[in-house]
Design a protein around this ligand. Structure first.
Ligand code: FMN
Length: 211
């Protein structure tokens, strides 16, 4: 049975990213995988503290020795077949907590030298959510996100795939907020017409990575 870890890297537990990840979870379950769903912002952790314990010749490899909520999750990711991560875009990048996870997960798999501490293979699926329209995602955000995906590929040795849910509905009632850049009716129309396909894509990603 395949083990799949699904991570909602949005601080909001029921909005776009979480809904997409819950659909990926359903897809993975439909294919018979053993699953774990994590709201990343529920965990108490920081980015890499540069303690360098993971590079000690006498250390436990691979793994992060820092005692907080993230180190056990890193162990479980490295023992899984696949990880799917829902990532809201903040200022053109993944949010802070995902960046912190990436620093520690990637750093603890690699010596400062040839080879890797990690001999396994974990496939990764990335689902990005953002206000930006698809064209901006493809033309402007992709180069940076390629770098993020390549880091995971380097650390986990697996296949990487990604999907973007663009032009998301950020709030239900735009009249309550200073959000004059956005048209509530356009956002709601996009939500009605496009979001069901985004959910389906995530279901399929979960099912495919579990197959
Ligand atoms: C701090 C912050 C920064 C953001 N920066 C961007 C951005 O640079 N580009 C963009 O398209 N959307 C940006 N957004 C919007 C979110 O990416 C978008 O609303 C996403 O769907 C949020 O996911 P959620 O609904 O799961 O919370 C930002 C949101 C926040 C809170």
């Amino acid at each position: 049975m395949k083990k799949i870890i699904i991570i909602n890297a949005s601080p909001r537990k029921n909005w776009n990213t979480a809904q997409l990840m819950k659909e990926a979870l359903k897809g993975a379950e439909s294919a018979g995988a053993e699953t774990e769903y994590i709201d990343l912002y529920d965990l108490d952790f920081t980015g890499c503290r540069s303690c360098l314990v993971c590079k000690l010749k006498t250390g436990k490899h691979p793994g992060c020795a820092w005692k907080d909520d993230l180190s056990p999750l890193i162990d479980r990711i490295l023992a899984a077949d696949s990880v799917i991560i829902g990532i809201p875009i903040y200022y053109g990048e993944p949010p802070a907590q995902l960046r912190a996870l990436m620093e520690r997960l990637v750093f603890c798999t690699m010596p400062y030298g040839p080879g890797s501490y990690f001999s396994g293979k974990v496939n990764a699926g990335f689902v990005y959510t953002m206000n930006a329209p698809r064209k901006y995602y493809e033309d402007t955000l992709r180069p940076y996100l390629n770098n993020v995906e390549n880091l995971f590929k380097l650390a986990l040795h697996g296949e990487v795939r990604s999907y973007a849910s663009c032009d998301t509905l950020q709030v239900n009632d735009y009249s309550l907020y200073d959000m004059s850049w956005f048209s509530e009716s356009d956002k709601k129309q996009h939500r009605k017409e496009q979001f069901p396909s985004d959910l389906k894509e995530c279901f399929n990603m979960g099912a495919e990575l579990a197959a």
